[in-house]
Every structure is written in structure tokens, then in C-alpha cells.
Design a protein around this ligand. Sequence first.
Ligand code: KG4
Ligand code: ZN
Length: 330
Amino acid sequence: MKILGVETSCDETGVAIVENGQKILANVLSTSVALHQKYGGIVPEIAAREQIKVIMPAIDQALSEAAGAPDDLKAVAVTAGPGLVGSLLVGIETAKTIATVWRKPLIPVNHLAGHIYANWLAPNSSLAKFPLVGLVVSGGHTDLVLMANHGKFKWLGGTRDDAGGEAFDKVARLLGLGYPGGPEIESQAEKGNPEAFNLPRPMIDSADFDFSFSGLKTAVVNLVKTTNHRPLPISDIAASFQSAIVEVLVTKTIRAAKKYQAKEILVGGGVAANKQLRQNLKKMSPVNVRFPTIPLSIDNGAMIAVAAYYNFKPKPAAKIQAEPGLFFEL
Ligand code: KG4
Ligand code: ZN
């Protein structure tokens, strides 16, 4: 069964064709990140305008990469939310149009669930075992969920302020590094000493599964203001910040896995690309930990097609709307 997945929740336009929820036949990704770099963050209007330009060519390219015709597809899947409303609308209206013209069922998908489902795309791996704990950590979200089965999510906790990726982006901007900040901080951190500065690990001991990263960001602001070191020890600050945020994410995720007797931990979202997070979580976890490959950790159409495969719930086009604030359910 081949499903075409469309993802336009933020700046990326992802279109992929996935067979039987695992085999990627085509995966086209177009990003407008370069257009946003000078603003230090995503400008929603610019993102949506760019998506209007690239979405149809991306669909054509996906079909030709998969050497397929629309007739081969079982369904079209599209991100319904959460995300930027203008961007979501571009994907949703396009998906509605092609599904109608091609006479295919249309399946709305929750973007957050999609990030967890990216883990089913690893070739030659066994299927994940339930119950599992999912950590979605991206530019817009930091959520811990318990997944009892396909489509059965229980939200355990999330950030009360900045998302994990947002904290990376803000600290990078403060240090004069580029956007997106995660990869920039990561490469600076490789040259720095993670113990150079003792930064807070907010909420690491709280009994709940919530996070708070704005205090950590403020601690970096204060450090930059008060330090006498000149030039600013950017790599030491980056390494100290990265190790603080990773320690909080790892500690709380493992605590959730233990409490709910999870058989596995699955991570997704842009921050899942972070090598220290990957290494530390794998090293410390008592259960199997999965991460998508780095390109599949960021937004893409393939994860949307997989989520739709395991949750095959088509809806009439008229009932599908952009849901910018959609939470954890499919
Ligand atoms: O999932 P994603 O592509 O888009 C959203 O849905 O938000 O995540 C983007 C976020 C950005 O904040 C970016 O700085 C962060 O993921 N990110 C990273 C790394 N690569 C991307 N954060 C830490 N380390 C990385 N290697
Ligand atoms: Zn995302």
C-alpha cells in the first residue's frame, strides 16, 4: 500500500511516497530556511508564499522519483496541525485538491504524532513495541507522551514556556551564531568544555513531566552580561548550555519510561538530530531507544505517510481543516 504524505506545518514543504508504512519510495523536501536566516527565525508569510510555489513541483517530483502514477496510490495524507496556519493551509488545500481529482481517500495527520512515527522508517529494524514513551522535541514543541498502541496517545507533560529547539535557537542568536541554532550550538559545543559554566537544570527534580527552558536561556543571558572573559568563550557556553538541556531531556524521559514501564523510548523532532542527546539517552536508558535518521528527525512528508498508514482514518475533505493548535491525538 502506497501513501503520499504532505507536510507543510512550518517552513518545509515535504512530499513523500511510502510503501506499507516503512519503505520510502520518494522523499522530496524543499526548505525556505535560507530566506528566513537574516530575520533569525521563521517569517510565516514568507514561508507560506514559498510553499505555494514549490508544492506542486514537489508532488510531481515525488511521483517521478517513485516511478509511479497517482493510480498506484492508496491514499493521500496531510498534516492538519499543529503549525503555522498559512503554511498548513497550503498543504491541506493542495492535498484536498489532488485527492479529489485522483479520487483518493484523504487522511489528516497530527504533526506531533508524525515525528514519533518517523521511527518506523528505519530500514531492516524490528517494529517498535508498546507501550512506549515518545519524546517530541522540536522548534515548536517539547512533549512527553505515553503511546499504548497505534494512535493511542496519553500526554504526560510538556514545556511550560520555550520549546527545546526554541531554546537552542535563542541561545544561538544571543551568542551571535546563525539560524537554526541547534546545529550551530552543537558544532560549537564540540570544541568547548561542558563543565566550564554551571548552568541550571530547570525542573529536573520535579515529579511531573513538564519542562521549562526559559530560565536556562535567561541564565545564559546573565552569564554573557556578567562574564569577564573576552573574547566571549562561545564554545564553552554552547557546550555548557547543551549539556544542561540534554541532561533535563534525558532524565525526564527515562523517568517517564520507568514510571510507565515502557518497552521502548522513541524520539522525534528537530532536536532529535542532536548527537549528545542521542548518545546520552542511549547510554542511560534501561530500555531500547530509537531515533529517526537525522534527515527524518526534521519535518518531512514520509513521517506523515507512515502515521496515516498505521491510523488509516480518511475524512471527507470538507471536514478537514487547518488546526494550528492541534494537540496530541490523531
Ligand atoms: O522539527 P523541526 O524541523 O521543526 C519544527 O517542527 O519545529 O525542528 C526544528 C528545530 C530548530 O529549533 C532547530 O534549532 C532544532 O530543531 N535542531 C537542533 C539540531 N538540529 C535542529 N537542535 C539541537 N541540535 C541539533 N543538531
Ligand atoms: Zn516538526
